[in-house]
Design a protein around this ligand. Sequence first.
Ligand SMILES: Cc1ncc(COP(=O)(O)O)c(C=O)c1O
Length: 393
Amino acid sequence: LAQLGSRIEFPELQDKAYLAHAGISPLSTPVVNAITGLAQSLARQGAGAIGPILEMRQNLRQKLGQLLHCSPQDLALTPGTSWGVLAIAQNFPWRSQDRIVLFRGEFPTNVTPWQQAAQQHSLQLSYLEAEDFRQSKGLELLERELQKGVRLLAVSAVQFQSGLRMPLEDIVQLCRSYGCQVFVDAIQACGVVPIAPQHLGIDYLAGGAHKWLMASEGCGFLYVAPERQSDLRRHWSAWLSHQDPIRFLFEGPGELRYDRPLREEIQALELGSSSAFSQVALEASLTLLLELGIDKIFEHVQHYLDALEPALVAMGFTSRRSRQARSGILALELPQGVKAAPLAAQLREHGIHVSTPDGLLRIAPHWPNCPQREIGGVLEAFSRVLKSYRKTQ
Ligand SMILES: Cc1ncc(COP(=O)(O)O)c(C=O)c1O
C-alpha cells in the first residue's frame, strides 16, 4: 500500500535518494502497470480499445478537477505545459499595443510564447524580477506596472530554479483590481503544493505530468476560467473542435461535414488524437496522489527539507528556500569554488540524484522519500564529495 515515505511502489528505482522530482519523476508500479495494460489491450484489440480509452480520459479530467478543485468542464487535456501557454498566447483576443507582464527568472516556456504573440500582434512586454517577490517590494513594483494598464500577467506558481512560491493570492487580487488577467504555469506546484485556480481567481493555468504529478511526458492540462472561455479566439481548431466531432466515424452516410459549429467548451482545444499512454499514466498517478492527499504530501516534503537544509547550510551552502513561501524545492548556492554540475555528477555516484538548473543545486524530494531512511546517507555523500572536491582544488 502506498504510504508517505515508502518506496514500495518504486521497486526499480536505482538511486538511494531520488531528489529530482522538479525535473522528471520516476514511475511507480501502478503507473507502469497502467501503461503496459493499455499497450496490451491495444495489441489485442486495436480500435476495439478506444471505448475504455475514452472512459479513461473522462476519469482523468475528473481527477484533474479534484486536484485543482475545479469543474472538469473547465479543463482541456494537452500534451504539456508549453502547449497550454501557447494555446492561450495564440488564441487570446489581443488588441494591438496590449501590455503583458512577464518575470525574469522564469522557465522559458512562460516567456517564449508571449514574445511570439507580441511580435504577431504588436504587444508590449515588460519584465519584473521574480526574486523581488520574496518581499513586498515585488507587489509594489507590480502595482506600478499595472497603473500603466496591463492586459495579462504570466507567472509560474513556483519558480523552477529557486523554488520560490509566488504570492499568487496577492498577485491575482492586485491584477483583478486593475482589470488585468492572470496566466499561471503550475507545473512546479501541481502534485506537491495545493493550488485551486478558481478559488484564487486565476484566469488560465497550465501544467504537465512528468514532474510532481509523477507520470510521463506527453500529457498536461489547461484550466480556463468559465468566464474567459467564450472570449478566446478559435484560431487553433481541428477535427475534435467541432460539435459532434466523431459522429461521422460511426454513423452516416451524410455525416461527413465541414460546417459543424466549433464547440463552445474549452475541450475544443483538444484538437485531435492524443497520447493515451501518457494520459493513462497520469490517471494512475493521480489516483495515488489524491489518495495520499496533496496537503499531506506538502507537509511530508517540508519535513524532509527542514531536516536537510540546516545541515547543508552548515557545510557551506547558501539556502534560497523562503521561510514563508515554501514549495517542494530546496535550491542551494554552492560553497566558494564548488561547481554545481560536477558536484551533482559525483553525488550521483553515491546514489544521490539532484539537479542543477543554471548553476544552482536543486533538491526536490516527493512523497516516497523518507527522511529517516535517507537523510543520513545524503549528508554523508555530500560531506565525502565536498572533501574529495576540495582535495583536488
Ligand atoms: C516552470 C516550468 N514550466 C514548464 C516546464 C516544461 O514545460 P513542458 O511541460 O512544456 O515541457 C518546466 C520544466 O522544467 C518548468 O520548470
